[in-house]
Design a protein around this ligand. Sequence first.
Ligand code: SF4
Ligand code: SF4
Ligand code: FES
Length: 347
Amino acid sequence: MSEKIMPESEKITPIREKILANIRVQRYTPGKDKSPYFDNFKMEVETGMTILEVLRHIKNTQDSSLTFRAFCRSAICGSCAVKVNSDSVLACSTQLMPILKDFGKGSVTITPMSNMPIIRDLVVDIDPVIEKLAKMHPYLVENRERVPKALEQESLMSQKELEKFNVMTDCILCAACYSACSSVKTDSNYAGPLTIVKAYRYSADPRDNFSSMRIQAAMDQGLWSCVQCRKCIKVCPKDIRPADSIRNMRQISIEVGIHDTPGSRRARAYTDDVENFGQVNKPMLPVIVNGTKGWAAIEAAEAGLKKHGMEPTRQVCTLPGQKVTAKIYAKVREIEAKEKNQGENKV
Ligand code: SF4
Ligand code: SF4
Ligand code: FES
């Protein structure tokens, strides 16, 4: 069959727009500069140009001292993450033109990732993150019940088991999620999303036998500190949804009985109270979460209410829809148990 030749008039020519843009880049050399400052670079940006191409163009034509990190240019090595207009992105896979259009102005601001020390300009030190990751035992420890003794035999798993962690194996350690994390910002000891993604990836693997140690390591590094703001989901270039891994890791921590922290007590209080009363027992929450230390918060809240002429109560009433809520909980537990059994039996 002869190939249909398209008439010249019907050929689609991609529109290649050009905009003279102002590229505002944060500069900083610790030990030399007192504090970070901004340099402005004017350049013509074309449709399709990535942030990395823009940075390379500036380095090649305007300022060779501009420092940034990149290797693969294919969204694989994870080394080029920076912040563009405050969003953590991979420079090599993010085009500038749509950002300029979204913000409706010919200017863009590029800064280094947050929550990590700056080495120079846009290059940050990821070592503290890797140190946190190392504490999570990010490797498989053989589960003798699942891994055959003979080398020539494969270690099989069901599709359902694989689905639990398959997407997490795509993590490229770019640390965009770590940079976006509001909990890391307030608590530098918190392990952060990428380390828990890796911990969950191995803990969910049926060939592994080390999940309790990993849960303990995650607990020691603030597993329950995550506030589920889901910023890590928004920025992850590989759609890994780190906040979901954190939620799953917490679930494992409850299953294996390693979960006695204020964060886990709060989560338990929310689910138990909603199941039992249809609402959270807010007046008593500080004590449920923090033990006897919580009384001071309760007394302060009660004093505040009395000052405004209100009578405080420590009782939570049962809401009218509670019976329906309890039925929903029972159904969810039934589905979860069924899925768990299917996952364990179907190998
Ligand atoms: S969801 Fe949790 S881990 Fe993700 S950015 Fe928010 S606080 Fe950090
Ligand atoms: S989870 Fe996503 S954002 Fe975080 S390091 Fe891995 S690939 Fe990057
Ligand atoms: S240069 Fe490797 S991910 Fe961007």
